[in-house]
Design a protein around this ligand. Sequence first.
Ligand code: PEP
Ligand code: MG
Length: 880
Amino acid sequence: EKYVYDFSEGHKDLKELLGGKGANLAEMTRLGLPVPAGFTVTTEACRAYLATGSAPDELAGQIDSHLAALESTMGRHLGDPSDPLLVSVRSGAAFSMPGMMETVLNVGLNDASVAGLAAQAGGDERFAWDSYRRLVQMFGKTVCDVPGDDFSDALEEAKKTRGATNDLQLDAADLRALTERYKHIFAKHTGHEFPQEPQLQLRLAMEAVFRSWNAERAVLYRRQERIPADLGTAVNVVAMVFGNLGPDSGTGVAFTRDPATGAQGIYGDYLQNAQGEDVVAGIRNTVGLEELKELDHRSYDQLIEIMALLEGHYRDLCDIEFTIERGKLWMLQTRVGKRTAAAAFRIAAQLVTEGAIDLDEALLRVNGAQLAQLMFPRFDLAGEPAVLTSGIGASPGAAVGKVVFSAARATELAAAGEDVILVRRETNPEDLAGMIAAKGILTARGGKTSHAAVVARGMGRTCVCGADAVEISRDRFTVAGRTVAEGDVISIDGTSGRVYLGPVPVRPSEVVQYFEGEPVDSTLVEAVHTLMDHADERRRLAVRTNADTGADAARARRFGAEGIGLCRTEHMFLGDRKELVERLILAGADGDRKAALEALLPLQRADFVELFRAMDGRPVTVRLIDPPLHEFLPSLEELAVTVAVARERGEDHAEEAQLLDAVRRMHEQNPMLGLRGVRLGLVIPGLFAMQVRAIAQAAAQLAGEGLDPQPEIMVPLVGAVQELEMVRQECEHIVEEVISGTGVRVLIGTMIEVPRAALTAGQIAEAADFFSFGTNDLTQMGWGFSRDDVEGAFFWRYLELGIFGISPFESIDREGVGRLIRIATDEGRAVKPDLKIGVCGEHGGDPESVHFFHDVGLDYVSCSPFRVPVARLEAGRAAI
Ligand code: PEP
Ligand code: MG
């Protein structure tokens, strides 16, 4: 087994084996760029180490021979007392996990070789001792778990004794004393001396990097980013080059385009006389790359040349880490760089214009999540509002409101028409009402999977969590020396995680303006336009919308919807009409029921006329009424109290008592599993018939006006073919009677949202013109999770525990619920090869799920109007 690869042996496509860093170092080496010599120990060696607790037997020998080769390339021996080779030992997994794992620099230094290093550096003792103390510190922390604070405290103490404000002011003697102090700290914590043997240092550092794969923060990060837990990290052993050898040395980062906006150009920061971690630690201020041009023209020119070469080679934005050692440029890392959503779209479109990539590839470089981000309103930061503090952007959006500290206060102020931001240390299920009432939520604790984050995302509420500098007391919070009291206004940005004091103006999304058809002149909109066009050209899946009103349907159509996949007719029975439905459900006598139905018919007809008109020439799926009964009946508790009070007072309460009896009769413990959907239609005579008549009449009326209505009648909650057959028979009669001679064609189909329907789809297909997966209920009944309760109650915990990486109500559970979908699709089509099949649950607008529906071979997805562009984009990507 080959566990070690020289940089000259690998290439960029070996990421899984060599990690991203190792693969790209190898690629740069192959391109002939100035990369320090080195080798990579594979992720396979790491996996073996983690599985057994010790490195595979062959590893030591392979490392020895690669080290020997490295030594001969460099003309130095590791840790040689008179002229030492030093190496860095760096982690590098297949997926970038910034700052999650470990690195040890300057391996090979010890009490003897520190003098050799000073000699190499032209007698620079200060530099040599500074390097040695860094090794003891990093090795101590990383390899032996010595608390990092002990080292930084000692450094602070040394600076204080010296009256120094900056570590550059410590001289060689100070740093030598500090190194002794560090070694003492090391020995105290580990019970043994700092290891002097260079080969031992190397082996221990490498094993520590292996182990850092399972460090707590790395495990958490992977869970959040949905990176598999069993990949392991590679380890790169690289000859050290030094950016801290004086003013002609330094270290920096650079981007081939602006990762924030995507603008073409050269961006980066440089820090003179410093080593890598100094840049990240922000110890001194960096300067822009233009200044490097002044400082070291030759290195600058070479860097620019290399950047152009790398961009051309990777055909994408690259980010780069480099070091200049005494006027000589070294490339320490490159990768295809992370970028904002706007930059992703702009760069992809630019690269097409430049001829670097084609449209297919450009489409694969953006995604629906990025598009969704661009569709949120944003803060207008032109006034440069001061950032009060920042946390984790947990649920996107821009919210402005008065600070409140309790759910009760949030509800109270919101009811009075105020915009509020609920500020909590962390939230729990009792805060739910307050979270609903608030415009945004800010918490001091918790990450992307905390209760606050999960619930806010579920509700589409803006949320910043884990703003850990915020100290909350009962009616105020303090941060960075400022106090914010209840009622003060703050603004929170759920994308960047920033919190501002006072109101920040909110700007609508230009991408939404563009989808709305407004003229917008921007490079971002041009890029979005180009990529959306291409997605539409590529996609096989049609995209429809879920809409219950003409206005929603019209907007969705502007956003590109090709029909309505779900109109929830129960939404048409809220408000004034609720009473009519209540009368209908509770009607004792036929006469009462008939009267209620007759009153509802014209109202429903008008609803459908509006809808068919807005979607003229496109299919409109109208689902027959599916109300969980409890949403339409008066509350049992309240009614019982009213009756009791009236009785007590001796008032007449016959009518209320009768109603109470009826409600009691209909009361259900589990309404979502109760008298809903097709069951209601079969129990209440005339209800579905009224709706079907209204649909058919509306269609006939519009056909009479010369329009082209395309109604599809959908039966909800079917579990057995017999249910559908009975409804179908009744529908067909009415449809026939109303539309004959109008030229309108009406389809009758069913939702597949009860597991039994999925498992008997072959039978059900006999009675259906189409299927539409109701993945909300299919998930609810497939998992046995109450869709209305679980997100706030325990999903946050499930996510924390990693039982699933994302709520199955948000993204389709491929193995379980997805399997039901496959079975139903295959068995339905086996009976009726041209059966039209779509999906209308929330998953229809979820990027990951859209790819799954494409793979399964559905005909369309249907989602809320704002998700329509996201679904179009992802359907296009899925087809490539
Ligand atoms: C579903 O269950 O997925 C569905 C679309 O129906 P509803 O959400 O209205 O229950
Ligand atoms: Mg449903």
